[in-house]
Ligand binder design. Structure first.
Ligand SMILES: Nc1nc2c(ncn2[C@@H]2O[C@H](COP(=O)(O)OP(=O)(O)OP(=O)(O)O)[C@@H](O)[C@H]2O)c(=O)[nH]1
Ligand SMILES: [Mg+2]
Length: 396
C-alpha cells in the first residue's frame, strides 16, 4: 500500500482543522467586541430616570412673590394622538337647534301651566295667584314675577281679551323683555395683544365646572382655536385626572400638578404662562368647587386670579350654577361675585329642571348675563344662551 498519499491526506486535514479553529477563534473575538459596543449604546439611548422622552414636560420655576409652590413640578399633559372619536362638533347655532327640544322639555312645565291658566276664560284672582305661584316655582324671583303678572293683568284688562293666542304673545314679549336680549353674551375667547384669552371657571361643588371646561374646550377647538386647560383644582388628584380625560377627549393639552394639595394659584400661573409661551388662543382654568360660605376658600379664589394676572389679564370669570339648586344658587352667585368680578354665568343641568326662571333672577341680581347653558352630560350638551330661543322654549 503506498504510504505517501495517506501522509499527504493527514497534512491537508491538519491544515484545514487549524484554519477552521483559527477562523472560529477570530469570529468569537469579533462577536465579543461588538457585543460590548451594543451594551454601551443601549445605556446611552435610555434617558436618565427611565422616563420615556416626550411623556411629561416638567417645568421648574421659582414661585412669583405670592406663589407658594407646595406643588412641586407642574406638567403639560399632551393628549395622545387625537382619539378617533374626535369629530367636529356642530356649530353654535346647530347645537342650539339640536338641544332646543331638550330645553323645551325642561321648560314646558312652566309654559304649560302658564298657558293653561292664562287661556282659561275669565281670569279671576285665584287664576292670577296660580300664575304667580307657577312663575315663583320656576325661580323667576319675586320682583320679576310681580312685574310680569302686573303687566299681563293690565293688558288683559285694557284689551278686554283672554284669547289664548294673544295671551301667549304677551307672555312671550314680557318674558323676553325680562330675559333681556340686548345683553352681550359672547365669550371672550380671542387673544389680546401678546396674551391668550384667560377664562377662569368657578362655582360651588358639583355644579358642573369641569364638565363645562371640557365642553367649552371642544366648542373652541371646533372654532379652530388653540386651547390649553389648567387644572387648578388640586384638592383631589382625581380632579386633574378628570380634566385631563376631557382634554384627551376633545384634543386639548392640560397643565396640571401630580401632587395632591399643590397650590392652585401656582398651577393656574403655570398654565397661563405655558399658554403665553405656546401662543395659544385660550387658557381655560378649572378651579376646585368651594362653598360660598367658606371664607378661606373664597379668599383663595381671589388669590388665584391675582396670581394669574401677573402673567396675563383674566378676561372672563364664568360662574357655574346648577339650575336645580334654586334660591341657594342665588346666594352662591352673590358671594362669588363679591370675591371675583364675575363676567358671565353658565347655567347647568337645565335639562333636568323646570327652574329656567333663575336665568332672569340671577341676571338681575348680579347684572351679569347668562352666557352658556348646560343641557346634558355629553360633550356637545353645552349651548350659547339665546334669549329668544329660551323664551320660545317656555312659551312654545
Ligand atoms: N344633566 C346634566 N348633568 C350635568 C351637566 N353638567 C354637568 N353635569 C354632571 O354633573 C356632575 C358634576 O359635574 P362636574 O363637572 O364634575 O362638576 P364640578 O363643578 O367640576 O365638581 P367639583 O369639581 O367636584 O366641584 C357630573 O356627573 C356631570 O356629568 C348638565 O348640563 N346636565
Ligand atoms: Mg371639577
Amino acid at each position: 500500500m503506498p504510504v505517501g498519499p495517506i501522509n499527504e491526506l493527514w497534512e491537508i486535514l491538519t491544515l484545514v482543522t487549524v484554519v477552521v479553529l483559527g477562523g472560529l477563534a477570530l469570529l468569537v473575538a469579533l462577536v465579543r467586541g461588538r457585543g460590548g459596543d451594543t451594551a454601551t449604546l443601549d445605556d446611552e439611548a435610555r434617558p436618565e430616570g427611565g422616563t420615556p422622552e416626550g411623556d411629561v414636560l416638567v417645568e421648574e420655576r421659582p414661585g412669583p412673590g405670592e406663589v407658594d409652590d407646595r406643588g412641586g413640578g407642574v406638567a403639560v399633559e399632551e393628549p395622545e394622538a387625537p382619539t378617533p372619536t374626535l369629530e367636529r362638533p356642530d356649530s353654535a347655532r346647530g347645537r342650539l337647534q339640536r338641544l332646543r327640544a331638550r330645553l323645551a322639555r325642561s321648560n314646558s312645565a312652566i309654559g304649560q301651566a302658564l298657558l293653561s291658566l292664562l287661556s282659561r276664560g275669565g281670569l279671576d284672582e285665584q287664576a292670577w295667584e296660580d300664575v304667580e305661584d307657577t312663575l315663583l316655582a320656576s325661580d323667576l324671583g319675586v320682583e320679576a314675577t310681580q312685574e310680569l303678572v302686573d303687566s299681563l293683568r293690565t293688558r288683559v284688562k285694557v284689551e278686554g281679551t283672554s284669547d289664548p293666542q294673544q295671551v301667549r304673545q304677551w307672555l312671550h314679549d314680557d318674558l323676553l323683555r325680562l330675559v333681556d336680549p340686548s345683553l352681550d353674551r359672547r365669550i371672550a375667547a380671542s387673544r389680546t395683544g401678546e396674551h391668550p384669552a384667560v377664562i377662569l371657571v368657578v362655582g360651588v361643588n358639583g355644579t358642573g365646572k369641569t364638565t363645562t371646561v371640557g365642553k367649552l374646550g371642544r366648542v373652541l377647538v371646533a372654532e379652530d382655536k388653540d386651547v390649553l386647560f389648567g387644572a387648578a383644582d388640586t384638592f383631589r388628584a382625581a380632579a386633574a385626572d378628570q380634566l385631563q380625560t376631557w382634554g384627551e377627549r376633545v384634543g386639548v393639552p392640560t397643565v396640571r400638578s401630580h401632587t395632591e394639595g399643590a397650590d392652585p394659584a401656582s398651577v393656574a400661573f403655570d398654565a397661563v404662562r405655558s399658554g403665553v409661551e405656546a401662543e395659544v388662543d385660550v387658557v381655560l382654568v378649572d378651579t376646585a368647587g368651594r362653598l360660598h360660605t367658606k371664607r378661606g376658600l373664597m379668599d383663595e379664589l381671589g388669590k388665584i386670579k391675582r396670581v394669574v394676572e401677573k402673567v396675563a389679564p383674566v378676561g372672563e370669570v364664568l360662574l357655574v350654577l346648577d339650575a336645580t339648586t334654586g334660591q341657594n344658587g342665588m346666594r352662591q352667585a352673590e358671594e362669588f361675585a363679591r370675591e371675583v368680578a364675575i363676567t358671565g354665568i353658565v347655567l347647568t343641568k337645565l335639562d333636568g329642571t323646570a327652574k329656567g326662571g333663575i336665568v332672569v333672577n340671577v341676571q338681575r341680581k348680579l347684572g351679569v348675563p347668562v352666557k352658556l347653558i348646560g343641557l346634558g352630560e355629553g360633550p356637545d350638551d353645552l349651548a350659547p344662551f339665546d334669549a329668544e330661543a329660551f323664551v320660545s322654549a317656555i312659551v312654545g
